[in-house]
Design a protein around this ligand. Structure first.
Ligand SMILES: Cc1ncc(COP(=O)(O)O)c(C=O)c1O
Length: 407
């Protein structure tokens, strides 16, 4: 038997309830499995937690890449101050929900047509290189529009304990800290509209002290750069990286001390511009439950397998194939099981013919039969759009946003 992560507090009942209704209810609403259900009440609670913990000066941006489901975006957009996008496609869906001035576009390899779309709309381009700056500048000249640009800085530190380090080393992301000042000088000398700095050190950290160090380190770096160029950044995006507990033994971060430490650092700071933190998974990850139906139950060499109608094609990360080296178990449950059901050790596998398609490896679950629903939690971020949905041609999963703020 192997351990699994802890089921989020909102979903710990048996049988499972999501926003006050059973899993079967939501499957009926959606008409079939596999199905992602996102509970908006959980998302709204995270936004409220952020607002009460962080200094008022710090704006909240949502990184759309975590979950771009249309209904979820409609619901979260009014709750946040900005949207961060990573492609022309994401820019398009963000522009339907926020004014361009509240949208920033980061990511290496932006094509000319993507830069053009951002310039025409008036979204901020987080420049990733000198080359990108020269292209944005030339495109702005051709269009007769001043591009709104910020400089993404590859910080000279990294986010400790991060699942995905994106700074403090040689990376394709941003301009190295020691080369940022000349780029800002060149922007200031042009007629482009300088929007400030974007400093993103990494993602998925559960270490509160490391997050404080990264956010205050980003602030200190912004102060140094402001000093070097003799101009205050209108907006300093301090990054993010707030993680969520996917695996056994992991604990949620406490945002209160992070807000207090950042508040103290901001009080001492000479920077008078605005600040933002951009978050994806911390806002939406725990809201999502992936529901898949057991289509077969079989024994092999003494082990029991529940074979479900969805797997890594929709929830790649839960199978351990997205950014993890060792497979550990996400929290899972038999959504249809009664509280007093007998348990057994089983593996939950999806329908793809690869041994990689394993949603849970030798976990203890209530005994399930063909027709039961299995729930995989922590499915609200980097689920469907971060999975190989076209692989083997199974039908696309359904998605539903349910619940209301506080309900
Ligand atoms: C620039 C940038 N912003 C935000 C995010 C969102 O990270 P998370 O979902 O872990 O908050 C990422 C993730 O890779 C990123 O690269």
């Amino acid at each position: 038997m192997k351990p699994m992560g802890t089921i989020p507090a909102e979903f710990q009942q048996a049988p499972l309830q999501i926003a006050g209704q059973t899993a079967e209810h939501w499957v009926k609403v959606a008409s079939d499995t596999p199905l992602f259900v996102y509970d908006f009440g959980v998302i709204a609670a995270r936004v409220a937690q952020f607002r009460s913990a962080m200094p008022e000066r710090v704006k909240l941006h949502y990184a759309i890449k975590a979950n771009p489901f249309a209904s979820l975006l409609d619901a979260i957009a009014p709750l946040v101050d900005g949207l961060d996008v990573a492609s022309g496609g994401e820019l398009g869906i963000a522009l339907q929900r926020k004014p361009a001035a509240a949208i920033s576009f980061a990511g290496p390899g932006k094509r000319d047509d993507e830069l053009t779309a951002a310039i025409q709309a008036g979204a901020t381009i987080n420049l990733e290189s000198d080359g990108e700056w020269h292209r944005a500048c030339a495109l702005g000249d051709r269009l007769g529009i001043r591009p709104r640009v910020a400089v993404r800085v590859n910080p000279d530190f990294e986010l400790r304990g991060s699942g995905m380090r994106m700074g403090g080393r040689a990376t394709p992301f941003g301009v190295d800290a020691d080369r940022a000042a000349p780029l800002i000088d060149s922007i200031l000398a042009s007629d482009a509209d300088w929007q400030g700095l974007h400093i993103f050190a990494g993602s998925q950290t559960l270490d509160g002290t490391a997050l404080i160090d990264a956010l205050t380190g980003a602030l200190a770096l912004a102060e140094r750069l402001a000093d070097q160029v003799g101009a205050i950044p209108p907006l300093t995006n301090l990054g993010g990286g707030f993680g969520i507990p996917y695996f056994p033994g992991e604990r949620a971060i406490d945002v209160t001390p992070i807000g207090q430490a950042l508040g103290a650092a901001l009080e001492r700071s000479p920077l008078t511009g605005g600040f933002a933190i951009e978050l994806g998974r911390w806002l939406v990850g725990e809201s999502g439950v992936y529901l898949t139906r057991v289509v077969d139950r079989k024994e092999s060499r003494g082990e029991t397998f529940l074979v479900t109608d969805g797997g890594m094609n929709h929830q790649l990360a839960a199978t351990g194939n997205l950014g993890t080296v060792v497979k550990r178990n996400y929290p899972v449950a038999v959504a249809t099981a009664a509280p007093d059901a007998a348990t057994e050790t089983v593996s939950v596998v999806g329908p793809l013919c690869t041994p990689l398609d394993r949603l849970a490896d030798r976990v203890t679950l209530p005994v399930a039969q063909v027709g039961d629903l299995v729930a995989v939690f922590m499915a609200g971020a980097y689920g469907l759009t971060a999975s190989p949905a076209a692989f083997l041609g199974h039908p696309a999963p359904r998605e539903l946003l349910v619940g209301t703020p506080g309900g």
